[in-house]
Design a binder for this molecule. Structure first.
Ligand code: NAD
Length: 258
């Protein structure tokens, strides 16, 4: 019996009441903010994380203190067997999956000539292959229930390219192509597939950049500031509720790429 049946807890006045969402890499940064916003709007939220159990548990605790229902499961998105057991556990626990947010991602920045096979493969595995694995685990289920929202967190770098980021840019551009193709294949079945392309957002990923690089980036952003994780989460929430938008990439980048 699923948690929903067991608790009977549903937050009926909220827009995502009764919906079950999975957010990969939901233990910190953009993913944690997405998980919390979806839960605040009524969804039951499962997150996975790679190693930071403390961070993942803190996200679940925060959601539950606000009256939501959530769980965190350790699972490496680049490993198909890990993904399979993660998704099965979510389905057992909550009974279904309605919203899949493919957020987990990494960078291994090097100029092309210095890029090793490992740098290339690791980024493609975590950022792109993982989305094939997670989506493969939910697609038949979403087709059967004739409802699904798949939201892929891509990047401005997948659109514009980035110096020292050919592996990352290829993975994020690949996500945009996957988004459009899957949108075409599922549009008649109540499923929408969209991407969100963040610009430069204030998280650990951007925090690791040297100050002078960060300042150089900010000076080129028309809005003259980094984005906040909440601003990405708002776009994801919008796409989770939208009914006539599919195959799109929504740019949330302060005007840096138009
Ligand atoms: P972050 O490093 O703060 O968080 C990344 C999350 O992914 C973490 O929760 C981490 O545990 C998880 N993760 C990484 N590898 C994993 C694996 N193998 N298995 C399971 N989980 C794994 O990064 P962030 O800035 O919050 O980025 C989130 C997403 O947004 C990423 O896909 C990133 O590429 C994208 N993005 C970020 C920015 C930015 O400026 N921060 C810009 C554009 C796109």
């Amino acid at each position: 019996m699923s948690v929903i049946e067991l608790t009977g807890k549903s937050i009926s006045s909220k827009p995502l009441a009764g919906k079950v969402a999975v957010v990969t890499g939901g233990s910190r940064g953009i993913g944690a903010t997405i998980a919390k916003l979806l839960a605040e709007n009524g969804a039951y939220v499962a997150i996975n994380y790679q190693s930071r159990t403390d961070c993942a548990e803190a996200v679940v605790k925060e959601i539950e203190e606000q009256g939501g229902i959530s769980c965190a499961i350790q699972s490496d998105v680049s490993k198909p067997n890990d993904v399979k057991s993660f998704m099965e556990e979510v389905k057992n626990r909550f009974g279904k999956i309605d919203i899949l947010v493919n957020n987990a991602g990494i960078t291994r920045d090097r100029t092309f000539r210095k890029l090793s096979n490992e740098d290339w493969n690791e980024v493609i595995d975590v950022n792109l292959n993982s989305v094939f694995y997670t989506t493969s685990e939910v697609i038949n289920h979403m087709l059967e229930q004739k409802f699904g929202r798949i939201i892929n967190v891509s990047s401005i770098i997948g659109q514009s390219g980035g110096f020292g980021q050919s592996n990352y840019a290829a993975s994020k551009a690949g996500l945009i192509g996957l988004t459009k193709s899957l949108a075409l294949e599922t549009a008649r079945s109540g499923i929408t597939v969209n991407a969100v392309c963040p610009g430069f957002i204030e998280t650990e990923m951007v925090g690791e950049m040297p100050d002078n690089v960060k300042e150089g980036i900010i000076s080129k952003i028309p809005m003259q500031r980094l984005g906040q994780t909440e601003e990405i989460a708002e776009a994801v929430l919008f796409l989770a509720q939208a009914t006539y938008i599919t195959g799109q990439s929504i740019n949330v980048n302060g005007g840096l790429y138009m």
